[in-house]
Design a binder for this molecule. Structure first.
Ligand code: PEP
Length: 256
């Protein structure tokens, strides 16, 4: 049975300038001594404009904290105004990138096809994609949440080999739980995370399914992480709002 190191990734979204990013990173580093990193991997996902500052700090102080980006271009370079490529993110030492976050799917019309190209771009440059899947409230109420998430999963991983899929992190983020304070119950979150693992096993084999980390995201806080992470198929969390407060985020990481 493969053991999966829990991952807590803080999605800062479009918050904090580079000076505020330095301050928060320092506070996280100070409050989370090295001994914790044997039990949990911790990453922050700042806006693009902060990544260089976070890199300077983590490199300079040899921090065990990882960092990454919130999006990646499907292209490596060229006339794509406003885009940031995997080449650039890899050069900045990014370990992770979220792909297919529901806010990008909704506000930027990102399709499963584009998400799939972004997953491939991340892997090409040695960056771990955190592939986000999740249903809207009406989909859950209609009882179609598992099928919906599995479709996003299969399409997002299209044409990848089992070896590549083993390097991906999947985040189950029900849209109705993101930024709403309404967390999924641990049973509901486990149901979808388990279904994701079954789907991975069917397509890529048990060995691959056993190593892929499946996170839950949606109003995770220090008060609910314990119950969520106790579930068999939940290997950590993608944390939005609570990742912006050093005390709350480090408490949450220590409990994971
Ligand atoms: C997110 O943005 O991925 C997220 C889970 O946000 P929050 O924790 O604020 O619900």
């Amino acid at each position: 049975m493969a053991s999966r190191l829990p991952l807590i990734a803080g999605n800062w979204k479009m918050n904090l300038n580079h000076l505020e990013a330095i301050s928060l990173t320092q506070k996280i580093a100070f409050s989370l001594p090295e001994k914790y990193y044997a039990k949990v991997e911790v990453a922050v996902l700042p806006p693009f404009t902060d990544i260089r500052s976070v890199q300077t700090l983590t490199d300079g102080d040899k921090l065990l904290l990882k960092y990454g980006a919130q999006d990646i271009s499907a292209f490596d370079s060229g006339a794509y105004t406003g885009e940031v490529s995997g080449v650039m993110l890899a050069k900045l030492g990014c370990s992770y990138v979220t792909v297919g976050h529901s806010e990008r799917r909704e506000y930027h019309n990102e399709s499963d096809e584009l998400v799939n190209r972004k997953v491939k771009a991340a892997l090409k440059h040695g960056i771990t994609p955190i592939l986000c899947v999740g249903e809207q409230l009406d989909v859950r109420e209609a009882g179609n949440h598992v099928a919906h998430c599995n479709t996003q999963l299969v399409e997002g991983l299209k044409d990848l080999t089992g070896e590549q899929v083993a390097k991906v992190v999947v985040a189950y983020e029900p849209v109705w739980a993101i930024g709403t304070g309404r967390v999924a119950s641990s049973t509901d979150a486990q149901e979808v995370c388990a279904a994701i693992r079954v789907q991975l096993a069917e397509k890529y084999g048990e060995e691959v399914a056993a190593v892929v980390r499946v996170l839950y995201g949606g109003s995770v806080k220090s008060g609910n992480i314990g119950e969520l992470i106790a579930q068999k198929d939940i290997d950590g969390a993608l944390v939005g709002g609570a990742s912006l407060q050093a005390d709350e985020f480090t408490k949450l990481c220590a409990l994971a």
